[in-house]
Design a protein around this ligand. Structure first.
Ligand code: PAF
Length: 275
């Protein structure tokens, strides 16, 4: 496995006709490894990047506390069969101030965007840069970040990147908690409470399937969060998969998602289910 810190070395090395790319911020878990394994299987050359992108953090504390585990990450990538890892410094990625703004319109204002202003601009910027550096044919993302998937889809279509996007199902712990690099920050006690998030999504789905309206579903589940001693809810919404806008009526023939973000033990966790 080759590890490069510079853009030029990375570009010079990657000449294959079939490049599968998995951008990450490190602190890799089974969810990331499943993306890498797919990229290894489906492409001649598999490339991962590890870069904790400062422009997508609106909260400096969150950036400072983001777990950094480079040695373990490289080890895991090598074991998964990854061919190339790009590990740039902040200076390599942003030699000057990042002033470019990509406006995603309404898509960046709802859900995550409402609570993390500027987040998707930072994601759009870094993913564009990484796509130009790696020049992949396919890129792999996890559906836990459902809105990020929609943003990147918009980016690739509107800027004609010509990259096939592969969105992969959320990988969960046996108790249902979605895998996330942030999970390691939970104390053992609060980690026990964490599956409540996935249960809240399943509860929402159940209510909708039983004819409860989206608004009433949101209300009932929000009340369950508010009654829970450990959670502070940011949002819980029933949305159309197509545009992530809240829906008035649930139609089983239309792809729907229930999406949530909540704080537990000072850690912000997100999750969703699609059905
Ligand atoms: O999902 C992530 O880990 C990041 O948002 C990404 C896509 C690597 C961009 O920094």
């Amino acid at each position: 496995m080759k590890v490069f810190e510079s853009i030029i070395e990375t570009q010079n090395y990657i000449k294959s006709h079939s490049v599968g790319f998995v951008p990450t911020m490190g602190a890799l878990h089974e969810g990331h490894i499943s993306l890498i394994s797919r990229a290894v299987k489906e492409n001649e050359l598999s490339v991962a990047s590890i870069f904790v992108n400062p422009t997508q953090f609106n909260n400096p504390d969150d950036l400072a506390k983001y777990p950094r585990t480079l040695e373990t990450d490289l080890d895991r990538l090598e074991k998964a069969g990854c061919d190339v890892v790009f590990v740039p410094s902040v200076r390599e990625m942003y030699p000057g101030p990042a002033v470019l703004k990509i406006d995603f319109g309404r898509l960046e204002q709802i859900l995550e965007g409402a609570f993390r202003p500027g987040h998707f601009n930072g994601v759009g910027l870094v993913v564009s840069k990484l796509f130009h550096i790696v020049r992949p044919h396919r890129a792999y993302f996890g559906q836990k970040d459902i809105q990020q998937c929609a943003i990147i889809n918009r980016l690739v279509n509107d800027l004609s990147f010509g990259i096939e996007l592969v969105f992969c199902e959320t990988v969960r712990e046996p108790d249902g908690l979605a895998m996330s690099s942030r999970n390691v920050r939970l104390s053992p006690e609060k980690r026990q409470a964490a599956p409540f998030i996935y249960q809240s999504l399943l509860q929402g789905k159940e209510l909708l399937l039983n004819g409860v309206s989206p608004a009433e579903t949101e209300r009932q589940v929000a009340a369950a969060y508010n009654g829970h001693p450990d959670f502070t809810l940011e949002y819980y919404e029933v949305v159309a998969f197509e545009n992530l806008e809240r829906i008035q009526h649930y139609d089983p023939s239309v792809k729907t998602a229930v999406v949530t973000a909540a704080h537990l033990d000072g850690v912000r966790l997100i999750d969703n289910i699609i059905f």
